[in-house]
Design a protein around this ligand. Structure first.
Ligand SMILES: [Zn+2]
Length: 426
């Protein structure tokens, strides 16, 4: 309805204008050179209007023709972006589905269509990693690291690659660059802590690692690595304070106390640890200053006084008594331990020595020794240090497994193992 009204109004206006124009009196004469034209004023006005409209139409046509190449380029650009974005979606789907070939192909396609954007470079790198093409991933991560806003992303990828191939020196350099590019990230802190552990920079690891059940291990390792005696004593004390029953921590602290002349405090630490958890390494330390066999037997009694029925206490008392020629006491300790259900190989071997001492090279002595050695061959395994990660046996405790390189995995195992390994001397 509105359109009809507008049409009627417009038509009326045209009629009015035409009527007004037709009513204009006079003539218009135009001369160009020898050519002249004369017409009435209304016709001249109408011709002028037609001329203006014609000029406008021609001008618009020229503009359209002029703009054709630019319009085509814009269209192609839009088309590339559309196809490129589809390729990006396909890469994401392929990565999520673990389709290596499709991910690589679409990532390369997205890169060629959309250029070196952080998104395409990251996709190329991740697709390369998924397909095991670390060279392709590295090239993309390096290109990413050169982009101002994506430097951290590139360095992060390169750092992950360096850690995977255990190139700790390169990883440390990259971690420093990543920290400068984007300081204070939780992920980077964890990575730096892991690197500190792998490169055995224990003091830095302690600064970077928060609450961790292995902190006593790191403190012991830091004490062992630090050439400064005062700092080493500080680290060892921290280890011991955090876990006074952890044998390596007790020994690290006691050893440094002994070195500073605090023998009484060192012995007190070991005595306290023996009360909580007897261990042959503690006995070695406690008896190290005694050279006389009788004095060693006396020292063993003092050490075990607070925990005399523990298997380690009985074995230590038996060993030191036998060394001092007190075979009766040695036999008593061995037989009591066996009666209490301890059937470790070391007990049978001590018993064989006792038989040799008491009966000498006699028929009865040889028979008794053979019986003790037969017992040893079928006895339970002796306790030993073992890696809980790779299960490799270790002759001594280390902060880091010498076989698999894992930190904090060496533990004292009291379970069974195949016999034939050397007896741990008490
Ligand atoms: Zn291991």
């Amino acid at each position: 309805m509105l359109k009809v009204i507008l049409f009627l109004v417009a038509a009326s206006l045209i009629v009015v204008v035409a009527w007004l124009l037709a009513g204009i009196p006079g003539h218009v004469t135009a001369s160009i050179g020898a050519f002249s034209i004369e017409t009435s004023t209304p016709v001249a006005v109408l011709m002028l209007a037609v001329l203006v409209v014609a000029i406008l139409v021609v001008f618009r046509l020229l503009r359209a023709v002029w703009g054709i190449p630019r319009t085509g380029a814009a269209w192609r650009r839009r088309r590339r972006v559309t196809v490129g974005e589809r390729a990006v979606t396909r890469v994401l789907v392929a990565l999520a589905a673990g389709e290596q070939g499709a991910a690589r192909k679409e990532a390369r396609r997205a890169r060629s269509l959309l250029g070196e954007s952080p998104q395409t470079l990251l996709l190329v790198a991740e697709a390369g990693r998924l397909a095991g093409r670390e060279d392709e991933a590295e090239e993309a991560f390096r290109a990413l690291a050169k982009q101002k806003d994506a430097t951290f992303l590139g360095l992060r990828g390169l750092l992950r690659q360096a850690v995977d191939r255990r190139d700790w020196a390169e990883a440390l350099t990259l971690a420093k660059q990543a920290e400068a590019a984007h300081p204070g990230t939780v992920w980077l802190r964890q990575q730096r802590a892991e690197l500190a552990l792998q490169t055995e920079n224990w003091a830095e690891a302690l600064e970077l690692i928060g609450p961790d059940p292995n902190r006593p291990t790191y403190y012991v390792a830091a004490a062992e690595a630090d050439p400064d005696p005062a700092r080493a004593l500080g680290f060892a004390k921290q280890a011991w304070k955090q876990d006074p029953a952890f044998v390596p921590a007790v020994l690290a602290y006691a050893t440094r106390l002994r070195a500073t002349g605090s023998e009484k405090r060192a012995q007190a630490c070991v005595l306290e640890a023996w009360k909580r958890a007897p261990h042959p390494d503690l006995a070695i330390f406690a008896l190290a200053t005694q050279t006389d066999s009788l004095a060693r037997a006396q020292a063993a009694k003092r050490l075990t006084a607070a925990n005399p029925t523990h298997a380690e206490s009985r074995i230590l008392l038996a060993r030191t008594a036998l060394d001092a020629g007190l075979t009766g006491e040695a036999r008593h300790q061995v037989e009591t331990a066996q009666a209490e259900g301890v059937h470790q190989r070391r007990l049978s071997l001590i018993l064989a020595e006792i038989e040799e001492h008491e009966r000498g090279d006699t028929e009865a002595g040889r028979l008794a020794q053979r019986e003790a050695l037969r017992q040893a061959s079928t006895a339970d395994a002796d306790p030993h240090w073992q890696c809980t990660n790779c299960h490799a046996d270790q002759t001594a405790w280390h902060p880091k497994c010498t076989t698999c390189g894992k930190v904090g995995t060496i533990q004292w195992q009291t379970g069974q193992r195949p016999s034939g390994l050397p007896v741990i001397a008490a």
